[in-house]
Ligand binder design. Structure first.
Ligand SMILES: Cc1cc2nc3c(=O)[nH]c(=O)nc-3n(C[C@H](O)[C@H](O)[C@H](O)COP(=O)(O)OP(=O)(O)OC[C@H]3O[C@@H](n4cnc5c(N)ncnc54)[C@H](O)[C@@H]3O)c2cc1C
Length: 393
């Protein structure tokens, strides 16, 4: 089989990239190791994704948002950050940057389903399910990919979107820096007595953190981060105990709380590929930059990266040039590095500081919140950066 672009992985990054190339003159093949049912109608996975204004715009342009009901898109009006047992709050308000919200929450499975619907309708994209990649052999003009079912596909560009633990990245000998935080995230939705008023909370307690993200009605997505050795204890709690745990961490702000549905857990490992490309090969999504979720930017960066790469490819196509020479891939790398490095490094630094309960970091933690609150330009810059309102076209 011959194709122009072969994408490995049909997660949200792989699908959005395929959709960005739909209706172009390029032939695109997406290879996914899971079955079609799991991609066409993905089960909830506990992730409620906070999207920036720019990401919302990209998803709208890709046609995905029209498949998602308005009530499944929850605005974040304000965000409050708490530290330790102090009542002091660092406060962000949408009114500083725009007239509706700081960002928007949509469940990950709904984003995946919406993108699949769009890709499925594209006549130039073929999807191959229940298959993974066994080997990749790059040459000057193309790369030859062998699938687990024995099929060989020659493609002008191979794009890895196969998660932060990307097998194809390893196959291509692209190294990555990994930071294992030794912590695990436990997520689940909870109903509560009191309304959240569209406020998101990030509580950096001592020994653990808890985030509450406002969803529809009196429901929030609760994200608890604990040291790995405490996870089994959290998962073993009854619903009542887990609800009480969240209520206490939030100091009763939402009244009584009770879990809705399953708890999911994810190891906290941040990953940064040391190169974003190799010959006839590029990395997007978590395979390229796998963020710690505390700043809610993993998929936002994934969307941006695929958009950058797709734009460069479409521009080359328009000029009748090769779609994946080294210099084009290098341009992708430098643009996406500039966009992602400050967030990646900044996020890891925040995590390091706010999970350190020694006396000096404790003082620094408090000082940082006050600095953020009291220096208006700093606060405005952080708000703009995290919401990406200034990057709307
Ligand atoms: C708890 C939590 C909360 C989060 N919250 C936010 C948030 O608020 N905002 C935000 O922007 N981001 C958030 N993220 C990050 C976001 O979920 C990820 O950045 C995003 O899912 C990455 O998408 P992806 O397509 O790159 O990878 P994945 O979602 O990991 O998808 C990879 C796909 O590749 C397939 N695959 C894997 N290996 C192979 C192979 N060898 N061959 C073929 N297919 C393969 C997999 O089956 C899968 O379909 C959060 C993450 C977590 C864990």
């Amino acid at each position: 089989m011959k194709t122009d672009i072969l994408i490995i992985g049909s997660g949200p990054a792989g699908l959005s990239f395929a959709r960005s190339l739909a209706d172009s003159a390029l032939k695109v093949v997406v290879v996914e190791k899971m079955g079609e049912d799991a991609i066409a109608d993905p089960a909830p996975d506990g992730r409620d994704i906070a999207l920036t204004h720019r990401s919302r715009q990209i998803l709208t342009d890709l046609g995905a948002l029209k498949h998602i009901a308005d009530e499944d898109i929850s605005p974040i009006k304000e965000a409050k950050v708490l530290d330790g047992d102090s009542p002091y709050v660092l406060h962000f308000d949408y009114r500083r940057v725009c007239d509706d919200a700081l960002g928007y929450l949509i469940s990950n499975h709904l984003i995946r389903k919406a993108l699949y619907q769009e890709v499925k309708a594209a006549s130039n994209v073929e999807m191959v399910f229940d298959s993974s990649v066994k080997s990749i052999s790059p040459a000057v003009d193309s790369a030859c990919v062998t699938l687990s079912n024995g099929t060989e596909i020659t493609s002008r560009l191979v794009v890895a979107a196969d998660s932060r633990f990307s097998e194809s990245r390893r196959m291509m000998g692209v190294s990555a820096s990994m930071q294992d935080f030794g912590r695990t995230i436990v997520v689940c939705q909870m109903q509560h007595d009191e309304p959240h008023q569209g406020v998101a909370y990030e509580c950096f307690r001592y020994g653990n953190t808890l985030a509450a993200l406002p969803l529809r009605g009196n429901t929030s997505s609760i994200v608890v981060t604990v040291a790995n050795e405490q996870v089994d204890g959290l998962l073993a709690m009854s619903d009542q105990q887990f609800g009480d745990y969240a209520r206490d961490q939030l100091e009763g702000r939402f009244g009584n709380m009770s879990p809705v549905g399953k708890r999911f857990h994810y190891p906290l490992v941040a990953v940064l590929a040391n190169q974003f490309y190799a010959r006839r090969f590029a990395l997007i999504g978590d395979a390229c930059v796998g963020m710690h979720p505390v700043t809610a930017h993993g998929f936002n960066l994934g969307l941006l990266g695929q958009d950058t790469l797709a734009s460069l490819i479409k521009e080359a196509l328009h000029k009748d040039r090769d779609i994946a020479p080294d210099d084009l891939l290098r341009t992708y790398q430098s643009r996406h590095r500039i966009a992602s490095m400050p967030l990646y490094l900044g996020t890891n630094a925040i995590v390091k500081l706010y999970t350190n309960d020694l006396p000096v970091p404790k003082i620094l933690r408090k000082a940082m919140l006050r600095f953020g609150n009291n220096f208006s330009p700093v606060k405005a810059a952080i708000t703009r950066h995290l919401t990406e309102t200034h990057k709307l076209t």
